[in-house]
Design a protein. Structure first.
Length: 153
């Protein structure tokens, strides 16, 4: 199985776990004399099986990411960490540009006037550059995911 396939399975497993959790909680209590919509003990067994499957997938994915060479001097885990930080930086610069873009309608001279303390155009250029860097790195990561076999535990 390719790493990319395991990532899809992990996402499916996480969704299934959340759905089972909702179903267990919905069946956890009923009005006296009523029956639960589903057997909670059976759902808990299924929930535990899904949790074990998810744990196995996550371990294998993590092991594969750590042991896969992404490029000279970087593992796939390193590239993923860099991508995550690029996303954080991009979001911060985007929020800064939005906060600094002063648009206001003054109706009288007594109203407080706000001015930007940063160059909004430059911050937006930085945001765009980070977004491009993120997209390019993400594309290379996705390519690696489809070329890499998932390791066993």
């Amino acid at each position: 199985m390719k790493l990319a396939e395991s990532l899809i399975l992990r996402a499916d497993c996480q969704k299934r776990f959340e759905q089972l959790k909702v179903r267990v909680l919905r069946s956890a209590k009923v009005q006296e004399g009523d029956a639960p919509p589903e057997n909670p003990q059976e759902l808990v067994v299924e929930l535990e099986g899904t949790a074990a499957e998810l744990s196995d997938l996550i371990k294998r994915i993590n092991r594969t990411n750590s042991n896969t060479q992404f490029d000279a001097g970087r593992s796939l885990s390193d590239a993923l960490a860099e991508r995550d930080v690029l996303a954080l930086r991009r979001a911060a610069y985007s929020a800064l540009a939005e906060a600094a873009a002063v648009t206001q309608n003054l109706y009288s001279r007594s109203e407080v006037k706000f001015v930007s303390t940063v160059n909004v155009a430059e911050v937006q250029r930085q945001t765009d550059a980070l977004a491009k860097e993120y997209r390019e790195l993400d594309a290379r990561i996705q390519e690696t995911n489809w070329q890499t076999d998932l390791r066993e535990v």
